[in-house]
Design a protein around this ligand. Sequence first.
Ligand code: SAM
Length: 491
Amino acid sequence: MMKRALRQLRRLLSPALRRPDLLASEELEAGLDVVYRFLLARGADEGGRRHYLRLMREEGMKLREVAAEIAASDEFQRRLKRRTGRFNEQLTDAPPPEGFVDVRELMNTLSVAELAATAEDYFRKTIDFADRYLAKPLADPHDAPDLLGSFAQLLGGLRLAPGMAVLDFGAGTCWTTRFLTQLGCAVTAVDVSATALALGRDLFTRLPPLGDRPEPRFLLFDGYRIELPDASVDRIVCFDAFHHVPNPADVMRELARVLRPGGIAGFSEPGPNHSKAATSQYEMKNFTALENDVVMADIWRWARAAGFSGLELAIFSTESCRVSLQQFEDLVAGGAPLDEYGERLRGFLTGHQMFFLRKGEQTIDSRDRDGLRGEIAIHLERAEVRGGEPLRGRATVQNVGDAVWLPGQTLVGGVNLGVHLRTRDGRPLAVDFQRIGLETSTVPGQAQVVDFAFAPPAPGEYLLEFDLVSEGVGWFEMNGSATATVAIAVR
Ligand SMILES: C[S@@+](CC[C@H](N)C(=O)[O-])C[C@H]1O[C@@H](n2cnc3c(N)ncnc32)[C@H](O)[C@@H]1O
């Protein structure tokens, strides 16, 4: 590809390459600019422009020599490497090598059940690497940044909340299941390989999640039907697994069936040329594992037919672009765009597609911290009480955010009114001094009025600060809502 570009460049510049001395000054500059754009995908910077124009004008350097010098630079070499980098699945002009496996032929030759059996075989044959599987995503320093970086992006796009039911489709040996469980989700790990799922159980025994977390379920998949009821999960995670599925339209229908309306299915998958990549060819040749291309137009067609209503793709990269202090400061200040980063990003995205499918209108509830906003008004019956006498009053709370508040008794995400006890000068005495339960759910825009009565603190003078709280999620004040404070005296 680079050779072809150089041939094109030579044709374009041939007069200038031969006799730069015959060229006018503007033509020299234009020629230099073409060389820069071809080789470095950017125009000449001021320093480079001045340097090469001087060499050409004063020392008779030819444009061809300038091109050779730029081609020997670190910047060009880095670009060259990126084009063939490990995430880049762009096609090359090279003819297919001997023994090339055509993925379509593989799918036409083997049935869904036979391909599921090859997935199981893969884990059985490589069981000696069990500890390596279980150490994922930290089994290998080379793979870890990409696995962790992609998973982080997937988590962000899924808008997970503790207590959600999550299907981990193609969970393999279940490192993602374990992370999702640690986050408080009730996870069902689904895979066609019984051996992978058994290793997954083993992972939970050897490294149980910390704290009180829902038990995961491990569910063997026959390649056709996911043994879960309709509309029974809030989220679906599919990390590096959908491209192994030989009947994607059918499986997409199953995923849409088990997802609740308002739910999101997030996928992290390779690109449209994946089957031709060297690692895929190796896997298909040695393990008959299906390594299919992921063509987004097909995915969206199957998804729409299955009942999904929205598709979003993520523009991201797990590879950073290191720059000088000057470039960094220019960029942050809104200056020079990073051509190099754009180029690298494009290369990454050819081999890495992250997408989110939505089913119906998404409703946010109070398990999601971002949508929490409330207003509180407090009216106390009396601001001064005798010890033993209850403090009585009325609270009016209004939902001014985007999230539906779940009823107060809901274990995770139930919204209640909390009371902090403070000294008159604002020092905290008891953060969790009282809870005033809100029994029903509250939709955005709606207000609730609740009467309360609770035992006062020991005699003294205090402040009572009222704040809304989503249980297990956070206080509304942390999201920018105002609290309501009243002064009391207990005699
Ligand atoms: C590359 S692994 C990824 C596993 C896991 N998500 C992870 O990140 O470690 C692909 C997984 O897809 C599973 N798989 C293969 N064919 C499948 C199918 N038809 N349906 C569901 N899972 C399948 C394999 O058994 C394997 O566990």
